[in-house]
Design a protein around this ligand. Structure first.
Ligand SMILES: [Zn+2]
Length: 311
């Protein structure tokens, strides 16, 4: 195996553009992450349950194999939240690490995905393959890619818990970040990126932060799937407003610009049919590729797209 990999590396070094194309997203790994995280044995990864702890064990195993930095408090951030169905206080756990920026290491882009889901109810397992094993898998692969291709600004990789209980992990993070809040310049959130038969992915948030839009339009034009904008305006006659629909809402609340990537609701949304078998793999891989591209471009143009406006 090692010899085989060494041979590939020699080959890739000679053809760096091919290397980039092949290395950006590991397709088998990306799909494996979703298959594992959405497996019945994890019982829907409800925050504060054994299933969520099993998900964390898997994430830690994957992260341990990468050359990541951790903050003084370590990989975990613990917090308490009120469990919606149980109506009791439980403990949630975010996982975070970072990749130091090569030019401006003390300023961070926070890349988020929630790994929790709805758990099991009345004999049904809510596997949450798209919501949000998909974003979690893409975040793992982004971590792998950017350890090899560091950005100018630091990337904070944040696996959030208890999103399904009201963005609780994200709110715990912005209330007590591991660095000063002013150092968090932008949030890129992924939640449901693996299932769309029309090859359409939404970038949400440019209504609030219009400087992001030209950069994202340029990224979208380079990819086969359609990157659409919207779902971020109050009082829109035909579209819901997703500004507070996932963890990016917690960043927006404190004035940190965000872009949220996700698909339109589908029959599997918050349904037991949100399984690994029902994702659309080709779309998912392309969405993950687009995400890496977007992160690179946003990093390259960060002072322009996200001037320091935190409050
Ligand atoms: Zn979600």
């Amino acid at each position: 195996m090692r010899t085989f990999i060494a041979g590939l590396l020699v080959c890739w070094c000679l053809f760096p553009s091919v290397a980039d194309a092949q290395e950006r997203v590991g397709v088998e790994r990306l799909l494996q992450h979703v298959e594992v995280l959405a497996h019945d044995s994890l019982q829907g990864r409800d925050a504060g349950t054994e299933g969520a702890a099993m998900a964390r064990t898997y994430l830690r195993e994957q992260l341990d194999g990468l050359d990541l930095q951790t903050f003084d408090g370590g990989l975990e951030q613990r917090f308490t939240f009120t469990h919606r169905r149980a109506e009791e206080e439980r403990e949630g756990v975010n996982l975070m690490a970072y990749i130091e920026g090569q030019v401006v290491p003390d300023t961070f882009i926070v890349v988020t995905a929630h790994y929790d889901h709805l758990g099991a109810q009345d004999g049904d397992i809510y596997n949450g393959a798209d919501d949000n094993a998909s974003g979690t898998a893409a975040l793992l692969e982004a971590a792998r890619y950017f350890t090899q291709h560091p950005t100018d600004y630091s990337l904070l990789l944040l696996f959030l818990d208890a999103e399904e209980h009201g963005l609780r992990g994200a709110r715990a993070f912005v209330a007590d970040p591991p660095v000063a809040r002013e150092q968090l310049r932008l949030n890129v959130n992924m939640d449901m990126i693996s299932r769309n038969p029309a090859d359409e992915l939404y970038a949400v948030g440019t209504h609030h932060y219009p400087r992001l839009r030209p950069v994202l339009e340029a990224v979208g034009a380079r990819h086969a799937i359609d990157l659409l904008f919207g779902y971020d305006q109050p009082d829109h006659p035909e579209q819901d407003d997703w500004t507070m629909a996932s963890d990016h809402g917690a960043f927006h609340e404190v004035g940190i610009p965000f872009v949220y990537f996700g698909v339109e609701d589908h029959p599997g949304y918050h349904d037991p049919s949100d399984t690994f078998e029902n994702i659309t793999p080709d779309f998912f891989v392309q969405a993950a590729e687009l995400m890496l591209d977007a992160l690179q471009e946003l990093d390259a143009q960060l002072p322009t797209v996200a001037p320091n406006v935190t409050k």
